[in-house]
Design a protein around this ligand. Structure first.
Ligand code: NAP
Length: 251
């Protein structure tokens, strides 16, 4: 019997961990990870890697069929809503079993001063009443809502540099990539005299220290709620659960 062919839609730490686990059992699994190609130098997962979009639902469904994929794992970021919708539609079209791997959302604790919003525009509109020095951790490609609130100062943290023309006028760019430590996040808040943090509710351990540091410092946090995921039959919140699901299937 041949190894089960698994395609992971990646771009997250969980996707990399899953790829490493599957690649460690080559008799059972033949794993390919797919990356969108947004980051100049991505951390590459174990196993085969392909980069770039598929060309919509039809392109992904064709890819699944042509490569005789036995199972699809959508391990994209919780805010990669388009890709998740495409994964659900393409898996149904190609009749390939799909599991959505998504870490649980963060939930507030005593001492947190969270303002939950549904869009970055709503986030930006709240900022003037919360603080003048803003720590933005929502990515370099979605700066327009903040550029529309130009009276504030922004610390923009991203993996690759943002387009200068897209940035608010008064800003500083901090190039870095997680995981982050509590000590490091305390230092960022202190050194840049941050007054308010803006973040997506990504969940997971790698980037949670900024929330802990904000709580300690008594700072308000504007938190973007997750988009609704598509309805899928199988879900998991960890790579280990995903491996169990894959092992439990008769390919
Ligand atoms: P998105 O808006 O949901 O997807 C837009 C398009 O990008 C998709 O239609 C697809 O193009 C392509 N794409 C997305 N993920 C892909 C993947 N893993 N492999 C191949 N093509 C992919 O996605 P996004 O929010 O821009 O995120 C892009 C990638 O960055 C994702 O892989 C995600 O896991 C990662 N990421 C996103 C965030 C975030 O906040 N959104 C944060 C951290 C990491 P086609 O239609 O041509 O197939």
């Amino acid at each position: 019997m041949r190894a089960a062919r698994v395609l992971i839609l990646g771009g997250t730490a969980d996707a990399r961990h899953l790829a490493a686990e599957l690649a460690a059992s080559p008799d059972e699994f033949e794993v390919t990870s797919s990356l969108a190609g947004r980051v100049a130098k991505p951390r590459l997962p174990a196993g085969e890697v392909r980069v770039g979009g598929f060309g919509g639902v039809a392109g992904l469904a064709d890819w699944l069929t042509e490569h005789q994929v036995d199972a699809l794992v959508d391990a994209t970021h919780p805010f990669a809503a388009t890709m998740s919708q495409h994964a659900a539609a393409a898996a149904a079209r190609a009749d390939v079993p799909l599991l959505a791997l998504s870490r649980p959302a963060w939930t507030p604790d005593a001492g947190d001063r969270w303002h939950e919003v549904d869009s970055l525009t709503q986030a930006a509109s709240l900022l003037p009443e919360l603080g003048r020095r803003v720590f933005l951790t929502t990515g370099r490609t979605e700066l327009a809502p903040f550029a529309a609130v130009p009276q504030l100062w922004y610390l923009i943290r991203s993996v690759d540099p943002p387009e200068p023309a897209a940035c608010p006028p008064d800003h500083h760019v901090l190039l870095d990539r997680g995981p982050f430590t509590l000590e490091g996040e305390r230092a960022v808040l202190r050194e840049h005299r941050v007054e308010v943090l803006v973040t997506k509710n990504s969940g997971g351990q790698a980037t949670v220290p900024k929330l802990l540091a904000a709580r300690e410092a008594g700072l308000p946090v504007v938190l973007l709620r997750r988009p609704a995921p598509p309805a899928v039959h199988a879900t998991a919140s960890t790579p280990a659960e995903t491996v169990n699901w894959l092992r439990g299937r008769a390919f």
